[in-house]
Design a protein around this ligand. Sequence first.
Ligand SMILES: Nc1ncnc2c1ncn2[C@@H]1O[C@H](COP(=O)(O)OP(=O)(O)OP(=O)(O)O)[C@@H](O)[C@H]1O
Length: 358
Amino acid sequence: MSLQQFISQAISPWMKKEGPNSDIVLSSRVRLARNIQNVPFPMLAATEELSALSDKINTHYSRQSHHRFGTIELLKTEDMKQNEKRVLVEKHLISPALSDESRAGAVLLSEDESLSVMINEEDHIRIQCLLSGFQLTEALKLANEVDDWLEDKLDFAFDEKRGYLTSCPTNVGTGLRASVMMHLPALVITRQMNRILPAVNQLGLVVRGIYGEGSEAQGNLFQISNQITLGKTEEDIVQDLQSVVLQLIQQERAARKTLMEQSRIQMEDRVYRSYGVLAYSRTMESKEATKRLSDVRLGIDMGIIKDVSANILNELMILIQPGFLQQYAGEVLSPEQRDHRRAMLIRDRLHLETKKNN
Ligand SMILES: Nc1ncnc2c1ncn2[C@@H]1O[C@H](COP(=O)(O)OP(=O)(O)OP(=O)(O)O)[C@@H](O)[C@H]1O
Protein backbone atom coordinates (compact mmCIF):
# COMPACT_ATOMS: atom_id res chain seq x y z
CA MET A 1 0.00 0.00 0.00
CA SER A 2 1.25 3.47 -0.79
CA LEU A 3 1.14 6.43 1.58
CA GLN A 4 -1.71 7.83 -0.54
CA GLN A 5 -3.81 4.75 0.13
CA PHE A 6 -3.26 4.97 3.88
CA ILE A 7 -4.33 8.60 3.99
CA SER A 8 -7.16 8.44 1.46
CA GLN A 9 -9.51 6.39 3.66
CA ALA A 10 -10.70 7.98 6.89
CA ILE A 11 -11.91 4.81 8.44
CA SER A 12 -9.30 2.10 8.87
CA PRO A 13 -10.40 -1.35 7.67
CA TRP A 14 -10.06 -2.74 11.23
CA MET A 15 -12.63 -0.19 12.44
CA LYS A 16 -15.31 -1.54 10.12
CA LYS A 17 -15.44 -4.86 11.90
CA GLU A 18 -17.68 -4.43 14.91
CA GLY A 19 -15.96 -6.13 17.82
CA PRO A 20 -17.53 -7.22 21.15
CA ASN A 21 -19.34 -4.49 23.13
CA SER A 22 -18.57 -1.96 20.41
CA ASP A 23 -21.63 0.08 21.43
CA ILE A 24 -19.51 1.29 24.37
CA VAL A 25 -15.91 0.23 23.76
CA LEU A 26 -15.00 1.63 20.35
CA SER A 27 -11.52 0.16 20.24
CA SER A 28 -8.84 -1.69 22.18
CA ARG A 29 -5.16 -0.95 21.87
CA VAL A 30 -1.99 -2.58 23.11
CA ARG A 31 1.38 -0.96 22.64
CA LEU A 32 4.79 -2.32 23.56
CA ALA A 33 7.81 -0.05 23.93
CA ARG A 34 11.14 -1.61 22.90
CA ASN A 35 14.72 -0.39 22.43
CA ILE A 36 17.75 -1.77 20.71
CA GLN A 37 20.63 -3.02 22.81
CA ASN A 38 23.75 -0.84 22.80
CA VAL A 39 22.12 1.99 20.84
CA PRO A 40 21.41 5.16 22.85
CA PHE A 41 17.73 6.03 23.32
CA PRO A 42 16.42 8.19 20.43
CA MET A 43 16.72 11.39 22.45
CA LEU A 44 20.48 10.84 22.85
CA ALA A 45 21.37 8.87 19.72
CA ALA A 46 23.15 10.36 16.72
CA THR A 47 20.99 10.78 13.63
CA GLU A 48 23.17 8.20 11.79
CA GLU A 49 22.41 5.59 14.47
CA LEU A 50 18.69 6.22 14.13
CA SER A 51 18.87 6.11 10.33
CA ALA A 52 20.79 2.83 10.50
CA LEU A 53 18.00 1.33 12.60
CA SER A 54 15.27 2.57 10.28
CA ASP A 55 17.20 1.21 7.26
CA LYS A 56 17.70 -2.15 8.90
CA ILE A 57 13.99 -2.47 9.64
CA ASN A 58 13.20 -1.34 6.11
CA THR A 59 15.44 -4.06 4.66
CA HIS A 60 14.13 -6.89 6.80
CA TYR A 61 10.49 -6.03 7.34
CA SER A 62 9.10 -3.69 4.68
CA ARG A 63 6.98 -5.38 1.96
CA GLN A 64 7.18 -8.58 3.98
CA SER A 65 4.20 -10.75 4.63
CA HIS A 66 3.22 -11.43 8.22
CA HIS A 67 0.97 -14.47 8.70
CA ARG A 68 -1.60 -12.46 10.72
CA PHE A 69 -1.35 -8.98 9.26
CA GLY A 70 -0.58 -9.58 5.58
CA THR A 71 1.76 -7.22 3.79
CA ILE A 72 3.58 -4.70 5.94
CA GLU A 73 4.90 -1.44 4.51
CA LEU A 74 7.48 0.98 5.92
CA LEU A 75 6.83 4.70 5.45
CA LYS A 76 9.43 7.31 6.37
CA THR A 77 8.23 10.58 7.90
CA GLU A 78 10.80 12.53 5.86
CA ASP A 79 8.94 11.43 2.70
CA MET A 80 5.62 12.80 3.97
CA LYS A 81 4.15 16.26 3.64
CA GLN A 82 3.10 18.00 6.87
CA ASN A 83 -0.60 17.42 6.27
CA GLU A 84 -0.09 13.76 5.36
CA LYS A 85 1.57 13.22 8.73
CA ARG A 86 -1.31 15.04 10.38
CA VAL A 87 -3.80 12.66 8.77
CA LEU A 88 -1.86 9.65 10.08
CA VAL A 89 -1.95 11.22 13.56
CA GLU A 90 -5.71 11.75 13.25
CA LYS A 91 -6.08 8.07 12.36
CA HIS A 92 -4.06 7.18 15.51
CA LEU A 93 -1.41 5.49 13.33
CA ILE A 94 1.48 7.72 14.40
CA SER A 95 1.90 10.06 17.35
CA PRO A 96 2.28 13.85 17.17
CA ALA A 97 5.85 13.36 18.47
CA LEU A 98 6.79 11.13 15.54
CA SER A 99 5.16 13.57 13.17
CA ASP A 100 6.86 16.70 14.51
CA GLU A 101 10.07 15.96 16.32
CA SER A 102 11.49 12.63 15.35
CA ARG A 103 14.78 12.20 13.50
CA ALA A 104 14.82 9.28 11.04
CA GLY A 105 11.24 8.54 12.05
CA ALA A 106 9.31 5.81 10.26
CA VAL A 107 6.28 3.60 10.67
CA LEU A 108 5.57 0.04 9.63
CA LEU A 109 1.89 -0.35 8.75
CA SER A 110 -0.23 -3.38 7.96
CA GLU A 111 -2.79 -3.18 5.16
CA ASP A 112 -5.79 -3.10 7.50
CA GLU A 113 -3.96 -0.57 9.75
CA SER A 114 -4.52 -2.66 12.86
CA LEU A 115 -0.75 -2.89 13.24
CA SER A 116 1.49 0.12 13.36
CA VAL A 117 5.11 0.03 14.52
CA MET A 118 6.61 3.46 15.12
CA ILE A 119 10.38 3.69 14.71
CA ASN A 120 12.51 6.30 16.47
CA GLU A 121 9.79 7.97 18.49
CA GLU A 122 10.37 8.26 22.27
CA ASP A 123 11.66 4.66 22.08
CA HIS A 124 13.36 2.95 19.14
CA ILE A 125 10.32 0.77 18.58
CA ARG A 126 6.67 1.14 19.57
CA ILE A 127 4.47 -1.73 18.53
CA GLN A 128 0.75 -0.88 18.43
CA CYS A 129 -2.15 -3.24 17.77
CA LEU A 130 -5.64 -1.76 17.44
CA LEU A 131 -8.81 -3.83 17.34
CA SER A 132 -12.47 -2.89 17.18
CA GLY A 133 -14.55 -3.27 20.37
CA PHE A 134 -13.43 -4.81 23.64
CA GLN A 135 -10.62 -7.19 22.66
CA LEU A 136 -7.68 -6.48 24.93
CA THR A 137 -6.53 -10.09 25.28
CA GLU A 138 -6.53 -10.58 21.52
CA ALA A 139 -4.68 -7.28 21.02
CA LEU A 140 -2.03 -8.39 23.54
CA LYS A 141 -1.65 -11.73 21.78
CA LEU A 142 -1.13 -10.00 18.44
CA ALA A 143 1.33 -7.47 19.86
CA ASN A 144 3.34 -10.31 21.43
CA GLU A 145 3.48 -12.11 18.09
CA VAL A 146 4.81 -8.98 16.39
CA ASP A 147 7.31 -8.56 19.25
CA ASP A 148 8.65 -12.08 18.57
CA TRP A 149 8.68 -11.45 14.82
CA LEU A 150 10.78 -8.30 15.26
CA GLU A 151 13.04 -9.91 17.83
CA ASP A 152 14.09 -12.37 15.18
CA LYS A 153 16.28 -9.72 13.57
CA LEU A 154 16.64 -7.12 16.35
CA ASP A 155 18.23 -7.34 19.80
CA PHE A 156 16.01 -5.66 22.35
CA ALA A 157 17.49 -4.04 25.47
CA PHE A 158 16.38 -6.26 28.34
CA ASP A 159 17.54 -6.49 31.93
CA GLU A 160 16.92 -9.66 33.96
CA LYS A 161 15.80 -7.63 37.00
CA ARG A 162 14.07 -4.66 35.39
CA GLY A 163 12.65 -6.14 32.21
CA TYR A 164 12.53 -4.11 28.96
CA LEU A 165 14.48 -0.87 29.21
CA THR A 166 12.71 2.22 27.95
CA SER A 167 13.43 5.87 27.47
CA CYS A 168 10.87 6.96 30.08
CA PRO A 169 11.10 5.17 33.46
CA THR A 170 7.29 4.85 33.58
CA ASN A 171 7.44 2.27 30.78
CA VAL A 172 10.25 0.10 32.16
CA GLY A 173 9.37 -3.55 32.75
CA THR A 174 6.80 -4.81 30.31
CA GLY A 175 6.81 -1.62 28.18
CA LEU A 176 3.10 -2.23 27.91
CA ARG A 177 0.26 0.23 27.67
CA ALA A 178 -3.12 -1.40 27.21
CA SER A 179 -6.07 0.87 26.60
CA VAL A 180 -9.68 1.10 25.54
CA MET A 181 -11.49 4.00 23.92
CA MET A 182 -14.89 4.19 25.61
CA HIS A 183 -18.01 6.15 24.70
CA LEU A 184 -19.60 7.03 28.03
CA PRO A 185 -22.28 9.66 27.35
CA ALA A 186 -24.89 8.37 29.82
CA LEU A 187 -22.39 8.47 32.69
CA VAL A 188 -21.57 12.07 31.73
CA ILE A 189 -25.23 13.13 31.36
CA THR A 190 -26.12 11.59 34.73
CA ARG A 191 -23.08 13.35 36.26
CA GLN A 192 -21.49 10.13 37.46
CA MET A 193 -18.16 10.67 35.67
CA ASN A 194 -16.98 13.16 38.31
CA ARG A 195 -17.21 10.39 40.87
CA ILE A 196 -15.89 7.61 38.62
CA LEU A 197 -12.75 9.34 37.30
CA PRO A 198 -10.93 9.66 40.67
CA ALA A 199 -11.90 6.08 41.54
CA VAL A 200 -10.44 4.80 38.26
CA ASN A 201 -7.23 6.76 38.93
CA GLN A 202 -6.98 5.23 42.39
CA LEU A 203 -7.00 1.78 40.81
CA GLY A 204 -3.76 2.65 39.00
CA LEU A 205 -5.39 3.52 35.68
CA VAL A 206 -5.14 6.71 33.63
CA VAL A 207 -7.98 8.46 31.84
CA ARG A 208 -7.06 10.50 28.75
CA GLY A 209 -8.86 12.15 25.85
CA ILE A 210 -9.33 10.91 22.32
CA TYR A 211 -5.83 11.83 21.13
CA GLY A 212 -3.96 10.45 24.13
CA GLU A 213 -1.65 12.21 26.56
CA GLY A 214 -2.60 15.85 27.05
CA SER A 215 -5.77 15.73 24.93
CA GLU A 216 -9.17 16.51 26.40
CA ALA A 217 -12.12 14.16 26.42
CA GLN A 218 -14.17 15.27 23.42
CA GLY A 219 -17.44 13.70 22.40
CA ASN A 220 -17.70 11.76 25.67
CA LEU A 221 -14.84 9.55 24.49
CA PHE A 222 -12.44 8.47 27.22
CA GLN A 223 -9.22 6.53 26.75
CA ILE A 224 -8.51 4.37 29.78
CA SER A 225 -5.12 2.70 30.21
CA ASN A 226 -2.74 1.19 32.76
CA GLN A 227 -0.25 3.40 34.57
CA ILE A 228 1.94 0.67 36.00
CA THR A 229 4.25 -1.35 33.74
CA LEU A 230 6.62 -2.80 36.30
CA GLY A 231 6.16 -5.62 38.83
CA LYS A 232 3.19 -7.21 37.11
CA THR A 233 2.94 -9.60 34.20
CA GLU A 234 1.46 -8.40 30.92
CA GLU A 235 -1.52 -10.71 31.44
CA ASP A 236 -2.19 -9.28 34.92
CA ILE A 237 -2.01 -5.70 33.63
CA VAL A 238 -4.56 -6.51 30.93
CA GLN A 239 -6.71 -8.50 33.35
CA ASP A 240 -6.85 -5.60 35.86
CA LEU A 241 -7.81 -3.11 33.16
CA GLN A 242 -10.33 -5.54 31.77
CA SER A 243 -12.21 -5.91 35.03
CA VAL A 244 -12.51 -2.12 35.49
CA VAL A 245 -13.69 -1.74 31.89
CA LEU A 246 -16.33 -4.42 32.43
CA GLN A 247 -17.66 -2.52 35.42
CA LEU A 248 -17.75 0.72 33.43
CA ILE A 249 -19.65 -1.02 30.63
CA GLN A 250 -22.24 -2.22 33.14
CA GLN A 251 -22.54 1.24 34.72
CA GLU A 252 -22.92 2.94 31.34
CA ARG A 253 -25.59 0.39 30.32
CA ALA A 254 -27.46 0.96 33.60
CA ALA A 255 -27.29 4.75 33.15
CA ARG A 256 -28.64 4.45 29.58
CA LYS A 257 -31.51 2.31 30.84
CA THR A 258 -32.36 4.80 33.60
CA LEU A 259 -32.30 7.68 31.11
CA MET A 260 -34.67 5.84 28.79
CA GLU A 261 -37.02 4.91 31.62
CA GLN A 262 -37.04 8.22 33.45
CA SER A 263 -36.33 10.85 30.80
CA ARG A 264 -37.31 9.33 27.48
CA ILE A 265 -38.76 12.53 25.96
CA GLN A 266 -35.75 14.61 27.01
CA MET A 267 -33.37 12.00 25.56
CA GLU A 268 -35.28 11.84 22.28
CA ASP A 269 -35.28 15.61 22.13
CA ARG A 270 -31.54 15.79 22.78
CA VAL A 271 -30.72 13.15 20.18
CA TYR A 272 -33.01 14.56 17.43
CA ARG A 273 -31.97 18.14 18.17
CA SER A 274 -28.33 17.16 17.64
CA TYR A 275 -29.24 15.17 14.55
CA GLY A 276 -31.05 18.21 13.16
CA VAL A 277 -28.11 20.51 13.85
CA LEU A 278 -25.68 18.07 12.18
CA ALA A 279 -27.96 17.48 9.21
CA TYR A 280 -28.65 21.15 8.42
CA SER A 281 -25.91 23.42 9.77
CA ARG A 282 -23.81 25.45 7.36
CA THR A 283 -20.81 25.96 9.63
CA MET A 284 -19.62 23.98 12.62
CA GLU A 285 -16.67 24.02 15.01
CA SER A 286 -15.14 20.65 15.83
CA LYS A 287 -16.05 20.87 19.51
CA GLU A 288 -19.75 21.21 18.72
CA ALA A 289 -19.51 18.53 16.02
CA THR A 290 -18.03 15.94 18.39
CA LYS A 291 -20.62 16.73 21.07
CA ARG A 292 -23.51 16.39 18.59
CA LEU A 293 -22.04 13.23 17.06
CA SER A 294 -21.84 11.70 20.51
CA ASP A 295 -25.58 12.43 21.01
CA VAL A 296 -26.46 10.84 17.67
CA ARG A 297 -24.35 7.77 18.38
CA LEU A 298 -26.09 7.43 21.76
CA GLY A 299 -29.43 7.75 19.95
CA ILE A 300 -28.44 4.94 17.57
CA ASP A 301 -27.27 2.69 20.41
CA MET A 302 -30.45 3.35 22.42
CA GLY A 303 -32.67 2.54 19.43
CA ILE A 304 -33.99 6.10 19.07
CA ILE A 305 -32.43 6.58 15.62
CA LYS A 306 -32.73 3.57 13.35
CA ASP A 307 -31.59 4.52 9.87
CA VAL A 308 -28.02 5.64 10.60
CA SER A 309 -25.16 3.16 11.07
CA ALA A 310 -23.33 3.06 14.40
CA ASN A 311 -19.94 3.41 12.75
CA ILE A 312 -20.78 6.98 11.87
CA LEU A 313 -19.26 8.34 15.08
CA ASN A 314 -15.94 6.56 14.52
CA GLU A 315 -15.81 7.68 10.92
CA LEU A 316 -16.93 11.28 11.27
CA MET A 317 -14.79 11.85 14.38
CA ILE A 318 -11.76 11.37 12.11
CA LEU A 319 -13.15 12.91 8.92
CA ILE A 320 -13.90 16.23 10.61
CA GLN A 321 -10.36 16.72 11.96
CA PRO A 322 -8.35 19.54 10.35
CA GLY A 323 -5.84 17.26 8.58
CA PHE A 324 -8.52 15.25 6.83
CA LEU A 325 -10.57 18.28 5.87
CA GLN A 326 -7.50 19.81 4.24
CA GLN A 327 -6.50 16.54 2.59
CA TYR A 328 -9.92 16.34 0.93
CA ALA A 329 -9.90 19.99 0.00
CA GLY A 330 -6.38 19.62 -1.43
CA GLU A 331 -5.33 22.95 0.09
CA VAL A 332 -4.61 24.68 3.39
CA LEU A 333 -7.87 25.97 4.92
CA SER A 334 -8.48 28.80 7.39
CA PRO A 335 -10.44 27.92 10.56
CA GLU A 336 -13.60 29.48 9.05
CA GLN A 337 -13.19 27.48 5.84
CA ARG A 338 -12.71 24.33 7.89
CA ASP A 339 -15.90 24.98 9.87
CA HIS A 340 -17.79 25.43 6.60
CA ARG A 341 -16.31 22.24 5.04
CA ARG A 342 -16.92 20.28 8.24
CA ALA A 343 -20.62 21.17 8.26
CA MET A 344 -20.90 20.28 4.57
CA LEU A 345 -19.18 16.94 5.01
CA ILE A 346 -21.34 15.92 7.96
CA ARG A 347 -24.53 16.94 6.12
CA ASP A 348 -23.55 14.96 3.04
CA ARG A 349 -22.61 11.92 5.08
CA LEU A 350 -25.88 11.93 7.05
CA HIS A 351 -28.07 12.50 4.01
CA LEU A 352 -26.29 9.75 2.11
CA GLU A 353 -26.84 7.42 5.03
CA THR A 354 -30.60 8.06 5.31
CA LYS A 355 -31.03 7.82 1.53
CA LYS A 356 -29.24 4.46 1.55
CA ASN A 357 -31.61 3.11 4.19
CA ASN A 358 -34.89 4.40 2.76
N1 LIG B 1 -7.99 2.24 22.64
C1 LIG B 1 -7.59 3.09 21.73
N2 LIG B 1 -8.22 3.18 20.54
C2 LIG B 1 -7.82 4.03 19.58
N3 LIG B 1 -6.78 4.85 19.71
C3 LIG B 1 -6.12 4.81 20.88
C4 LIG B 1 -6.48 3.95 21.94
N4 LIG B 1 -5.64 4.15 22.97
C5 LIG B 1 -4.79 5.11 22.57
N5 LIG B 1 -5.05 5.50 21.32
C6 LIG B 1 -4.35 6.50 20.56
O1 LIG B 1 -2.95 6.20 20.55
C7 LIG B 1 -2.20 7.41 20.58
C8 LIG B 1 -1.19 7.38 21.72
O2 LIG B 1 -1.87 7.43 22.94
P1 LIG B 1 -1.17 7.86 24.30
O3 LIG B 1 -0.43 9.14 24.13
O4 LIG B 1 -2.20 7.81 25.37
O5 LIG B 1 -0.23 6.62 24.60
P2 LIG B 1 1.28 6.22 24.33
O6 LIG B 1 1.90 7.14 23.35
O7 LIG B 1 1.30 4.78 24.03
O8 LIG B 1 1.87 6.32 25.75
P3 LIG B 1 2.96 7.20 26.49
O9 LIG B 1 2.19 8.32 27.06
O10 LIG B 1 3.47 6.26 27.50
O11 LIG B 1 4.00 7.62 25.49
C9 LIG B 1 -3.21 8.54 20.67
O12 LIG B 1 -3.52 9.01 19.37
C10 LIG B 1 -4.42 7.84 21.23
O13 LIG B 1 -5.62 8.47 20.91
